[in-house]
Design a protein around this ligand. Sequence first.
Ligand SMILES: Nc1ncnc2c1ncn2[C@@H]1O[C@H](COP(=O)(O)OP(=O)(O)O)[C@@H](O)[C@H]1O
Ligand SMILES: [Mg+2]
Length: 458
Amino acid sequence: MTSLRLRLLLWVLLPMTLALALTARLSWSNARDVARLVQDRQLLASAQMMAGQVSWQDGQLTAQTPPAALEIFASPAQDRVYFQVRTAKGRLLAGWPGLTVPALPGGAAARYDDARFQGDAVRQVTLSRALYRNDQTTEVLISVAETRRAFDQLAASLWWPTLLHESALLILALALMLLGLTLELRPLLRLRAALRARDSSDLSPLRTVALQRELRPIVETLNQHAAQLTRQIELQKRFIADAAHQLRTPVALIATQLDYASRQPASAELQHTLEALGKGSRQLAQLIHQLLSLSQAEASRGGVRPTQAVDLVGLAREVVIELAALADARGIDLGYLPACTQAEVQAYPALVHALLFNLVDNAVRYTPRGGSVTVQVGVDEGRAWLQVDDTGPGIPAELRPHVFERFYRGNSADTTGTGLGLAIVRESARACGAEVTLDNRPDAAGLSARVRFSRADV
Ligand SMILES: Nc1ncnc2c1ncn2[C@@H]1O[C@H](COP(=O)(O)OP(=O)(O)O)[C@@H](O)[C@H]1O
Ligand SMILES: [Mg+2]
């Protein structure tokens, strides 16, 4: 069981239930003691009345049963009452002959017994009286027994209210505990919600102000851990950026050499090899370029707000021109559709360029021959936007969350990709305070990629 609330509740509930059981047991025996006292008093009073009615008459011992001696027991429980008056020697004077009368220990005024008679459990009191006549003492034993229904009822009626009170207290305590636990666990739940709502790459420290003293060290440790991770990630990113930077020169050198070599007379086989090498080196250069773009975008994120104005209209035209050759080679109609004449944002020019370039590059690469790609720029309610629409296959909804991941490639139609394009788009957008959405076009086939810049940047 892993619920903290449930476990804490159990730790309180268990001892409380035990305590309740114990006090219930104690109050039950208390209730029985009181009921016993009441029954014993009645039995004694009845036996004493009967004892008072034993006398000598005409030389004979006689015993009368006064009605009051039995009426004393009248109750709604309708208990049975048995009695017996007899001499110590065993002569029955009155009552039930079958009732067993126990011997009275010498000197005792009365004795009380729990016995059975005629199949019922009974409480029995026995007392003795000495009668004198002609210097002779005759001992008479008087015994009265009553079934235990009234006793049981009295004990129960004394016990129930206590039990009810205690149970009500337990339930109240439980409800208060639950309420308390819920309230006290709130900061923890808030922490969970805050963590859940976070972006997976967000490693900024969690706030500990609203937390209880016991929870703070945990969160502080988590924060330390996150700080270490951030340092580690920074180191790794710098390493990748440095490595890409270092690779750039030799790769450029190889490309130049290959270019030169392919212009020399050579056998068809060698030409073929040189072509393959040239393709490989261009892809390698592209990968290095993408890696550098990505690390540049990442490095800009969380830094100072960019203050450079970027002209989106000019940029859109520029990107369209840059990719015109590629579009042409692929039989794609690439165009810029003017939606407005002026759209400026405060951003990093290189990053906005990388962002738009990669979106248009994807649109051109994934749209089948004969399709079209349209770039639009506009301003809506003071927020500038960029939009790239294509007539390609679009991205299935289940792939959309993954396409922004690094090196994720959903479509093998284009073999030159690196899987870094949309990662660069996302990182650049973040660094420039923009949001990117990819939607399949509702009106036609194809993808519609939209970038909205925040209002402050307009
Ligand atoms: N315009 C588009 N139309 C269809 N699929 C796309 C489009 N843009 C991106 N994708 C999908 O998203 C994946 C990731 O894109 P990206 O990060 O640029 O990597 P790459 O283009 O190198 O494969 C692509 O492999 C492709 O499956
Ligand atoms: Mg791409």
